[in-house]
Design a protein around this ligand. Structure first.
Ligand code: TEU
Length: 605
C-alpha cells in the first residue's frame, strides 16, 4: 500500500479551544514547601535498576528518519543503516512510531494490520533484521501499540461495519441515531467535529475519539481484548523490548452515552472530558499487563492523558498497570485554559520546575517505587528550544541547556529524533506547506473564529506537529542525506549546518554535548540512580537540583534565561566542576543558557 497524503481537510465544524482543552493532562500538585520537594527516600543501588531504567530511549518517527530506497519515506532498512548514531548516544531502546500497514490518515496511528509492516517502510523480514541488528548493539525495539482505535480500513472494522449481524459486529463502539437521525451524543473528537460517523450498512453511528478514519475499538468485548493481547504477544515473541501505549486513557467508555454540557459555540463537548480514565479501565489494563508482560523483561509506557497524581499508584510502579506514564502538564504549560493557538499563556520557570518536581516526588514514593519517562519533545509537540526558551535564545546553547535537563533528571530520558542536533520549529510561509491534519484543522478554526491569516499562522509556527516530523538531517548534501528522492515533508532549511556529520566534526556542537552527557551518566552513576531534590525553587532563571546516591552528589544548574544569573555558592562549596557548557565557567554565576554539573564525593570508592 502506498502512502496517501494526510491532507484531509474535514468539512466538520471545528472549535479550537475545546480541542486544545480536550488535550487533558496529568496534573500534579505543586510542591508546597521546601521539605516537600525532595524525592526518593533512599538512594537506589544499581542492582535495583531494571535495564530500561539504566538506559536512554530514542523516538524514531519512522517516516522521517532515513530513506533507504529513494521513495521519500523513511524506512526500516534506513534505521538499520544508522544504528551507530544511536549507539554513540548511549541509546538502549528505540521507540518506533507505528510502522504497521496503514492508509496513513494520521501518519500510521490508523492501523489496518497489526501483523504486517507497511510496504513503504519495508517488510517483516526487515523488521526481524532490525530487532536482531539493534540487539547486537544492546538496543531493544519498542513498538507503539495503538489500541484505542484501528484504521477504518482494518479488516476487523470492515467486517464489523458490513452489517449488524457478523462475527465482529460488537468489536467497535456502535450506537443508534437519535430519533431525528442525528449523532447519539454531542461529543467532539480530538481533531474536530462530531466524534460519531454514520454508517449506511448498519444504520448506526460508530465512535471515533480521533479522526473518522480511526474508529474506536470496543474493549468491553473480551474477544477484542484477547485479539489485542495476541497482537502484543506476537511482538513480544519477536523479541521487542516494550511498548508505548497510545492514547490509552480513552479505551474504556462510560456505561451510558450521554450528552455533555457544550463547551463551545458548536454545541459539542470535548470527548476527553466524557471518556478519559473512565472507572473500570484499570481492570482491562491489569488484564493486559498479566497476559502480556508477566514473565518477560519488557517495559510499558502509557500515554496517559487524564490520569492525575492521585491516580498514579494505580498507573505506575510495582502495583501500577504500566512501568511509566508520559505526563503532559509541562508541555501544555503555555496553553491557556480557554485556549487557542492565537493566545498563549504566560508561564514562569518556577511553574515549570514545580511540574517536574511534583511528578518526581509522586513517582518515587516508596509505596509506588515508580519511574519517570523524562521527555521534552515527541512527535506531537513543538521543538523544545522554540517551546521552552526565550525568543532569540541561541540554538546551540539552548539545545545544550535543555539536553542537560533531559539527561540528568531522575528517570529514563526519551529523546525525539533531531533533538540531539538542536532542532527548532519550522516556520513555513503558508498553511499549505504543512502536512498534519490536526495542524490544518486548528488553523481553519482560527480563521473561522476571526483571527487573521497572520495570527493563525503564528500559532501554526508555535504549535504545529510538523516541526517534530521534518526529516532527520544527516549531512549537508541535497535533502540532508535523508533521501535520494523527494522527501515526503521538506527538510528544514538549516540542514547545511545542522546535521549529524557537521555536528560530529564540531566539538562544541549540541550533538557532542549529548554524547558527553550520555558518557557522564555511565561514569557518574548518581545521575542515573540518585535521588532528586530541587534547589532554588523560586529562582526565575535557574533550574537547579541535586542527584545523590550513597557515594556521590551531583549538583545540576541550568540557566534558562538569555541573561547571566547568579546563585548561592554554598550548594557547591565542597564540589568540583564536572562539566559546563561554558569553558570560562565561574562558581556563583551562570552565563546566558549555561548548564553546569558539579560533583561532591561523599564516599571515595
Ligand atoms: O496522541 C493522543 C493524544 O492524546 C495527543 O494528541 C495529546 O493530546 C497531546 O500530545 C497532548 O499535548 C496519540 C499520538 O501520539 C498522536 O500522534 C495520534 O495522532 C493520536 O494518538 C491518535 O492515535
Amino acid at each position: 500500500m502506498k502512502h496517501r497524503t494526510t491532507a484531509i481537510l474535514t468539512t466538520l465544524a471545528l472549535t479550537l479551544s475545546p480541542i486544545l482543552g480536550a488535550c487533558g493532562s496529568l496534573s500534579v500538585p505543586v510542591a508546597e514547601s521546601r521539605s516537600d520537594i525532595s524525592t526518593g527516600d533512599r538512594p537506589m543501588t544499581n542492582e535495583d535498576l531494571k535495564w530500561w531504567q539504566d538506559t536512554i530511549a530514542y523516538e524514531i518517527y519512522v517516516k522521517s528518519f532515513k530513506d533507504s530506497d529513494g521513495d521519500g519515506y523513511g524506512d526500516i532498512n534506513g534505521i538499520i543503516s544508522e544504528l551507530d548514531h544511536l549507539k554513540r548516544l548511549g541509546v538502549g531502546a528505540i521507540w518506533l512510531t507505528p510502522c504497521y500497514v496503514s492508509p496513513q490518515a494520521d501518519n500510521g496511528y490508523d492501523i489496518a494490520d497489526y501483523y504486517n509492516i507497511d510496504p513503504s517502510y519495508g517488510t517483516m523480514e526487515d523488521m526481524d533484521r532490525l530487532i536482531e541488528e539493534a540487539g547486537k548493539l544492546n538496543i531493544r525495539i519498542i513498538m507503539d501499540l495503538v489500541f484505542n482505535h484501528t484504521s477504518d480500513q482494518n479488516e476487523w472494522f470492515l467486517e464489523s461495519a458490513s452489517s449488524k449481524d457478523n462475527s465482529k459486529s460488537d468489536w467497535y463502539v456502535w450506537a443508534d441515531p437519535r430519533e431525528d437521525g442525528s449523532a447519539p451524543t454531542n461529543w467532539r473528537s480530538f481533531f474536530g467535529g462530531s466524534s460519531w460517523e454514520y454508517c449506511e450498512s448498519r444504520g448506526q453511528y460508530y465512535l471515533h475519539t480521533f479522526l473518522k478514519e480511526q474508529p474506536d475499538l470496543n474493549w468491553e468485548n473480551p474477544e477484542v481484548r484477547k485479539a489485542l493481547c495476541d497482537v502484543a504477544n506476537f511482538w513480544v515473541k519477536k523479541g521487542v523490548g516494550g511498548f508505548r501505549m497510545d492514547a490509552i486513557t480513552y479505551i474504556k467508555k462510560p456505561a451510558e452515552f450521554k450528552d455533555g454540557t457544550p463547551d463551545a459555540g458548536d454545541g459539542l463537548v470535548g470527548i476527553h472530558s466524557m471518556t478519559a480514565n473512565t472507572a473500570g479501565i484499570l481492570d482491562y489494563l491489569n488484564e493486559f499487563k498479566h497476559t502480556v508482560q508477566d514473565g518477560t523483561d519488557i517495559f510499558t509506557v502509557g500515554e496517559a492523558n487524564g490520569v492525575s497524581s492521585k491516580d498514579l499508584p494505580d498507573w505506575v510502579g510495582e502495583n501500577g498497570v504500566f512501568d511509566m506514564v508520559f505526563e503532559f502538564g509541562f508541555v501544555d504549560i503555555d496553553l491557556p485554559d480557554e485556549s487557542n493557538w492565537c493566545a498563549t499563556r504566560a508561564w514562569t520557570l518556577p511553574d515549570f520546575k514545580s511540574i517536574f518536581t511534583a511528578s518526581e516526588k509522586t513517582t518515587s514514593q516508596p509505596e509506588i517505587n515508580g519511574w519517570y519517562p523524562m521527555f521534552l519533545e515527541n512527535h506531537d509537540q513543538p521543538r523544545s528550544i522554540s517551546h521552552f526558551l526565550p525568543e532569540g535564545a541561541d540554538r546551540v546553547s539552548g539545545g545544550k541547556a535543555l539536553g542537560t535537563l533531559l539527561l540528568t533528571m531522575r528517570g529514563t530520558p526519551f529523546l525525539m529524533e533531531g533533538e540531539e542536533l538542536g532542532y527548532v520549529n519550522v516556520s513555513w510561509p503558508s498553511i499549505d506547506d504543512y502536512n498534519d491534519i490536526s495542524t490544518k484543522n486548528h488553523y481553519k478554526f482560527a480563521i473561522e473564529e476571526g483571527y487573521s491569516e497572520e495570527e493563525a499562522l503564528a500559532g501554526v509556527h508555535r504549535f504545529a506537529r510538523d516541526s517534530a516530523r521534518t526529516p532527520m538531517q544527516w549531512d549537508s548534501s541535497e535533502n540532508a542525506g535523508f533521501t535520494e528522492g523527494k522527501p515526503w515533508l521538506p527538510v528544514y532549511d538549516d540542514y547545511k549546518t545542522v546535521n549529524v556529520d557537521s555536528e560530529m566534526a564540531d566539538p562544541d556542537s549540541v550533538l557532542n554535548w549529548y554524547i558527553k552527557l550520555s558518557e557522564l551518566r555511565s561514569a557518574h552513576r548518581e545521575l542515573v540512580d540518585g535521588r532528586y531534590e530541587e534547589l532554588f525553587h523560586d529562582d526565575e532563571k535557574i533550574f537547579a537540583y541535586i542527584r545523590e546516591n550513597a557515594s556521590r552528589k551531583a549538583i545540576v544548574l541550568i540557566n534558562f534565561s538569555t541573561e547571566s544569573a547568579s546563585f548561592d555558592t554554598s550548594v557547591v562549596e565542597n564540589a568540583e566542576l564536572l562539566i559546563s557548557t561554558n569553558d570560562k565557567s565561574q562558581k556563583g554565576t551562570l552565563a546566558p543558557l549555561e548548564a553546569v554539573i558539579y560533583e561532591e564525593v561523599i564516599v571515595s570508592l
